[in-house]
Design a protein around this ligand. Structure first.
Ligand code: SAM
Length: 228
C-alpha cells in the first residue's frame, strides 16, 4: 500500500483498538481518511476541518450515505460535519473530542502558526488523544532524486530528534504524554539509522492541568453536514 494509505491505516487501526466516539481530522483535504473512518461503528461524530474549502468540496459528496447503508441493521448513528477553517483558530465545536488526527499537516505551518496550532489543539480542543504525522527528514536520502523538501509547500521537515523535542515541549506545556512511531520502513540494514519515512507522535491527555481556556469562539464555517 502507498505511504499515504499506510498513514490512514495507522489511524484506522488506532480507532479499532481505542474505540473513540468523537473523532476530528484536521487538514482533512479531500476527506480520504474520513471516508475510511465512517465505517468504524463506534464513531458517532466525525468532523473534518481544512483551510481550503474548495478542496473539501471536491470529494465531500462521497461521505453521503449510500441507500444500502440504511439497510444495514447494525449501522449505528453517525453524524458527519465538515468545516472550512484554520487550525490556528479556535472553535468551540471542536472541543470534547476523543481523538484529533493531524496527518501531514504541521509541516505546512510556519513556526508562529505551529505555536498557535499547539495552543488550539492541545490547549483549547484538549482531546483525550492526538495523532500527529509529519515527514522524517532523515529518510529523505532514501527518496530518489529528492533535493530540498518533499513538497514545495512544506515550511520545515524535521529529523527524529527535532520532532521528539517539539512533542516533548507540547506535552510539558499542555499536560500530555507522547509515544513515537511511524510508517514506511527503510530497508532492514538502514532502519535504525534513518527511521520511518513518516514519523508519528501519539499523544494522550494526562488530566493534570485544569482547562484554562474555555472561551466559546466560533471561527469555522460549516460546509457539509450529514446524518446517517
Ligand atoms: N491530511 C490529509 C491527508 O492525509 O491526505 C491532507 C494532507 S495535505 C498534505 C495538508 C492539508 O492541510 C491540505 O489539505 C491543506 O489545505 C491543509 N492545511 C494547511 N494549512 C492549514 C491550516 N492552517 N488549517 C487547516 N488546514 C490546513
Amino acid at each position: 500500500p502507498s505511504l499515504h494509505s499506510q498513514r490512514h491505516q495507522f489511524v484506522v487501526d488506532f480507532v479499532r483498538k481505542n474505540k473513540p466516539n468523537k473523532v476530528a481530522d484536521l487538514g482533512c483535504g479531500e476527506c480520504r481518511l474520513l471516508k475510511r473512518l465512517k465505517f468504524q461503528r463506534n464513531i458517532e461524530l466525525l468532523v473534518g476541518v481544512d483551510i481550503d474549502g474548495a478542496k473539501i468540496k471536491k470529494k465531500m459528496q462521497g461521505l453521503a450515505p449510500l441507500s444500502t447503508d440504511y439497510l444495514q441493521p447494525t449501522y449505528d448513528q453517525l453524524h458527519i460535519d465538515l468545516y472550512q477553517g484554520s487550525v490556528t483558530q479556535r472553535d468551540a465545536r471542536l472541543r470534547g473530542f476523543d481523538l484529533v488526527t493531524n496527518i501531514e499537516l504541521i509541516e505546512h505551518l510556519t513556526l508562529p502558526d505551529l505555536e498557535l496550532f499547539s495552543s488550539v489543539v492541545f490547549g483549547y480542543m484538549r482531546p483525550a488523544s492526538v495523532i500527529v504525522s509529519t515527514p522524517n527528514s532523515e529518510f529523505n536520502k532514501l527518496l530518489p532524486g529528492l533535493t530540498g523538501f518533499r513538497h514545495s509547500d512544506h515550511k520545515f521537515e524535521w529529523n527524529r530528534s527535532e520532532f521528539r523535542s517539539w512533542c516533548t515541549q507540547v506535552c510539558l506545556d499542555y499536560g500530555y504524554e507522547a509515544e513515537f512511531t511511524g510508517v514506511g520502513e527503510a530497508p532492514q540494514e538502514q532502519q535504525e539509522s534513518v527511521g520511518f519515512c513518516s514519523q508519528i507522535g501519539v499523544f494522550q491527555r494526562l488530566n493534570v492541568l485544569p482547562d484554562r481556556d474555555e472561551e466559546e469562539v466560533f471561527s469555522y464555517t460549516l460546509v457539509y453536514s450529514v446524518n446517517y
